[in-house]
Design a protein around this ligand. Structure first.
Ligand code: ASP
Length: 344
């Protein structure tokens, strides 16, 4: 009897101990209400006077709309993956940006779209490249990540996979945008004499408008997403940095999430997004130090242009670029927020 009582007391004690441990665990994850979201709509060297008041307002309003929707998802306990996909969908559906509707034209006068998404908790990733009929390439990239054993699908295969997995398929004409078409015609006119000339000699603002989002959710998980039409006049079949994990996009709960924009070839050669994460992890640099070293150091020294947005595991936000402008904005759990175009 004594023994039973003793073991009963032990069991009760054990139960309360276990309940206490479980409660303290859940209290820890609930108490961690920290969340943050940062977005970009491309970087380039444009003069402030090249955008009139109405145009500035249109860009800033669209960035604010995307941030608001993302904030609602994160505030209500949604995942960083849902936040970045939804936010990028909004920017892809806007003709203002070089992603989805409003994508730039390649050398053949066609739209070829690239996108990638990465989950910082699992290091799982998905990407599509060179798609011409997928309305929201970032959604197709997420489907590659979640519904296939692969990381990247390209061209027709990516489109078939997207269709089979329920992504919206549109006629290529859906992506037509008069402003982008005019930029393409101008590109052709300028390059008519030398068809082999590389597109990077062309005015940077016609390539501007890649979109991206990085989020940290209340569960402590980071996700990053990037979507683009690439560069005006790019060779058919050219794939930029945006769908390449580690170049234009990267996320790891161990370091940070990064979405890049700029001259893709340089961002691929320098593995920009992963380099920033690796500097934090292996070199002990802060997010700010790592981002500056890569963008203002490596990228700038090579004569390339562009920028990144990033969030580290502690919720620090960085928006770094070596151009005159980057469409960008952020929100966080402390109520801080803002959207900007030019250097402040
Ligand atoms: N990084 C994109 C690409 O090279 C273009 C951009 O971000 O402006 O495809």
């Amino acid at each position: 009897m004594h023994r039973i009582k003793k073991s009963f007391r032990f069991q009760t004690l054990f139960f309360f101990l276990l309940a206490g441990i479980l409660l303290s665990f859940s209290a820890q994850s609930v108490a961690r209400s920290n969340f943050a979201l940062v977005i970009h709509g491309g970087a380039g060297n444009i003069a402030p006077e090249s955008l009139n008041e109405t145009q500035r307002e249109a860009y800033l309003n669209k960035l604010a709309e995307a941030l608001k929707v993302g904030e609602e998802i994160l505030q209500s306990g949604g995942t960083s993956l849902d936040a970045v996909e939804t936010v990028v969908n909004i920017l892809e559906d806007s003709h203002l940006f070089n992603a989805g509707k409003g994508a730039v034209f390649n050398i053949e006068g066609k739209n070829e779209l690239d996108a990638s998404i990465m989950c910082g908790a699992t290091h799982n990733a998905g990407a599509v490249a060179g798609v011409t009929t997928v309305r929201n390439p970032i959604t197709a990239a997420r489907k590659v990540m979640e519904n296939s054993p692969h990381v990247m699908l390209t061209g027709r295969g990516a489109e078939t996979f997207a269709y089979e997995n329920g992504a919206e398929i549109v006629d290529p004409g859906y992506f037509f945008d008069q402003r982008r078409w005019d930029q393409y015609r101008e590109f052709v006119r300028r390059n008519r004499r030398d068809r082999s000339q590389a597109p990077d000699t062309f005015d940077q603002n016609v390539k501007m408008g890649t979109v991206g989002a990085v989020a940290l959710d209340q569960h402590g998980n980071i996700a990053a997403a990037t979507s683009t039409g690439g560069m005006t006049g790019k060779r058919y079949g050219r794939i930029g940095d945006s769908p390449i994990i580690g170049a234009g996009n990267y996320a790891s709960n161990l370091s940070c999430g990064v979405s890049a924009t700029g001259h893709g070839e340089y961002f691929i050669r320098n593995m920009v997004a992963y380099d920033i994460a690796a500097r934090i992890k292996y070199k002990g640099q802060t997010l700010q130090e790592a981002s500056e070293a890569v963008i203002q150091g490596k990228i700038d020294q090579q004569g390339a242009y562009g920028g990144i947005i990033a969030i580290d595991k502690d919720g620090n936000i960085v928006m770094e670029f070596n151009t005159t402008a980057m469409f960008r904005g952020f929100i966080n759990a402390d109520g801080e927020r803002g959207a900007w175009i030019f250097k402040e």
